[in-house]
Design a protein around this ligand. Structure first.
Ligand code: SAM
Length: 196
């Protein structure tokens, strides 16, 4: 039983791309109420309940939200934390094994004002901040999945992602309402930017 229907979007993405492997570390941004984290816990085997194979490695799931996230076996939650805040980044470095995540997930969304352009810009800004987070915690070769609302700045985000990930594609899961502007970027094969 999932806490929220959004779980089906991540299941669909992961069934197709196999981003979440047993033993891996995942950061779930905008995690409340926790449905994506439930999927991540199952897939990386962080609750140590993988059916059949007791030898499967155990992963790590850390979820972050401004709101409270009810506890979940196998997940460590940072409730009342802002993903864009440095304090949060420091805590992530401590919680993740070797301070590294294999995958960053983001289903974050600002409170919608109803003004499409404004909401779009806000969400794109939040997504751009994930690129800074990636630089601190994402394992080279790692992946990022982030929700955005389509609009004029989507290309800017795609370009920035393409500068540090070898592969970037747009996804519209079937579980996402057809008439919504909701999309996901799947960015794979992270390479840390070279500072000159
Ligand atoms: N993926 C979640 C699930 O499956 O249960 C649903 C996420 S919900 C669509 C979006 C969440 O993003 C909200 O709970 C909101 O509080 C959170 N959020 C928005 N801005 C944030 C920020 N700066 N830091 C952390 N969380 C944020």
């Amino acid at each position: 039983n999932f806490r929220c229907r959004s779980a089906f979007k991540l299941l669909e993405i992961d069934n197709k791309f196999r981003l979440l492997q047993p033993g891996w570390s995942v950061v779930d941004c905008g995690a409340a109420p926790g449905a994506w984290s439930q999927v991540a816990v199952q897939r990386v085997n962080s609750a140590r309940t993988a059916e059949g194979d007791a030898a499967l490695p155990h992963g790590t799931v850390v979820g972050i939200d401004l709101l409270n996230i009810p506890p979940l076996d196998g997940a460590h939650f940072l409730s009342s934390h802002d993903v864009t805040d440095h304090v949060t980044h420091t805590k992530l470095l401590e919680l993740l094994p070797n301070g590294r995540a294999h995958v960053i997930l983001s289903d974050m969304a600002p409170n919608a004002s109803g003004f499409h352009e404004m909401d779009h810009e806000k969400l794109i800004t939040m997504c751009l901040s994930l690129i800074d987070l990636a630089e601190k915690i994402l394992q080279p070769g790692g992946s990022l999945v982030c929700k955005y609302w389509d609009g004029i700045l989507a290309h800017k985000l795609q370009k920035k992602l393409s500068s540090v990930f070898s592969s970037v594609q747009t996804l519209k899961p079937n579980a996402s309402r057809k008439d919504s502007a909701e999309r996901y970027f799947l960015a794979r094969m992270y390479r840390k930017p070279v500072k000159g």
